[in-house]
Design a protein around this ligand. Structure first.
Ligand code: SF4
Length: 290
């Protein structure tokens, strides 16, 4: 695994977890030190298992990648990945950040804080396999600008910026991240994914791979995730129903067992809910008696 500061003999285990029952629905192993190229692949694997119109894939900001987000949009998969905040260095230096330059679609130009156009040039730049169109301001405008100190570097005479050919998709995506619904879901993410990681590390005691080479590691990873799911299933439905499920699977008729499992889980949840209310009240009264 290649990390920015060093190389490690390690693999990066990826999982997608459903928020209802905390099952691992997709997993993979990479030797990459970052998660930047993992979003679309994991989202596609998840979609194969849960092909629902309500499917929303949540991931932390380490997965934020314009190219990966576009691939998901193209394949009709809704994702919510918080954007990485940039521009702090510019703020610290008292310079304008990129959001102060407003894109005008009709003109295909940016308007700068001094209300001048920064127009598209013929140049393009290929950055991380993305095509970026280049934009440049007029030197005459900039040299006469009263706020150029907040905009240009000491030796630069014009403002240059670039725009991804599919930037509109990303802008729309980023806007959606700011809705209260999206924010609430993003907040919920860590509590969903920490459940299996916590169980795997603490209860199953697994914290490193025992085998070498990617293929074998993928096998070990799949086995540990399968073990987690199996344990989770037994915890959810119990041994008796699990035996019935195996018989139903062997007979090829799941209609009745599905209903039985749904009823069992619904009753179990009701029981847990009552139990948790009780625990909460005990703790609450304890707090008051101090
Ligand atoms: S320096 Fe140029 S681009 Fe920057 S604000 Fe002034 S006129 Fe606009």
């Amino acid at each position: 695994m290649v990390k920015p500061a060093h190389n490690l003999m390690a693999y990066n285990s990826q999982i997608c977890v459903d928020d209802k029952f905390k099952f691992i629905v997709a997993t993979d192993v990479t030797s990459s030190g970052t998660d930047k190229q993992e979003l679309h692949k994991m989202a596609m694997q998840t979609k194969e298992v849960i092909d629902s119109p309500n499917l929303v894939i949540l991931a932390d900001k380490g997965y934020y990648s314009a190219a990966e987000i576009k691939k998901c949009v193209d394949d009709g998969i809704k994702t919510l990945v918080p954007a990485i905040r940039t521009g702090q260095e510019l703020i610290n230096k008292g310079k304008f950040t990129k959001d102060k330059f407003i894109y005008d679609k009709e003109q295909d130009a940016y308007t700068c804080p001094n209300h001048k156009f920064i127009s598209r040039t013929k140049s393009i730049n290929k950055s991380y396999a993305r095509i970026m169109h280049m934009y440049r301001s007029s030197q005459t405008d900039c040299m006469a600008c009263p706020i150029k100190d907040k905009c240009l570097g000491e030796k630069t005479k014009t403002k240059q910026t670039q725009r991804w050919e599919y930037q509109e998709i990303l802008d729309k995506y980023n806007q959606n991240l700011e809705t209260p619904e999206s924010k609430a879901l993003i907040k919920k993410r860590s509590s969903i994914v920490e459940h299996p990681f916590g169980t795997i590390k603490r209860n199953l005691g697994w914290d490193h791979f025992l085998v070498r080479s990617k293929k074998k590691v993928q096998g070990e990873n799949a086995l540990i995730m399968f073990t987690y799911n199996f344990k989770r299933l037994l915890n959810l439905i119990g041994i008796a129903l699990f035996k019935k499920l195996m018989i139903a699977l062997a007979n090829g008729d799941l209609t009745q067992i599905r209903e039985e499992i749904a009823l069992y889980i619904a009753n179990f949840r009701l029981y847990i809910l009552n139990y948790l209310q009780y625990i909460f009240m005990v703790q609450f009264s304890k707090k008051f008696s101090l």
